[in-house]
Design a binder for this molecule. Structure first.
Ligand SMILES: [Zn+2]
Length: 97
């Protein structure tokens, strides 16, 4: 089965996310996400990224971009990257839409 991958860098623009030790979450999620996006492209896997620059995205805009790309396709994997501060060491949230 052919899946489409959607990479979603958490936060961005006016929303920095967590910060500590000189690291700002929005910057690191963007770096990781751009790396993943380019790697999936290299592998020939259909991939979309919700933001590729440091821009503010409302939750609604984020979902709209995902829907625009994926339409009603059920074979889509969304990877939303976050680097949490505090209790956990970071996580990748995956959900099928
Ligand atoms: Zn986050």
């Amino acid at each position: 089965m052919d899946y489409k991958i959607i990479i979603d860098p958490g936060h961005g623009g006016n929303d920095p996310g967590a910060s500590g030790n000189g690291i700002i979450e929005k910057d690191l999620t963007l770096k990781i996400s751009n790396y993943m996006y380019n790697r999936f492209k290299e592998l020939g896997i259909p991939v979309f990224i919700t933001r590729s620059t440091d821009e503010t995205l409302s939750p609604t805009e984020r979902v709209n971009r995902i829907k625009e790309y994926a339409g009603n396709d059920k074979n889509v994997v969304v990877v939303s990257n976050h680097i949490n501060a505090g209790g956990s060491i970071g996580k990748i949230v995956m959900a099928r839409i």
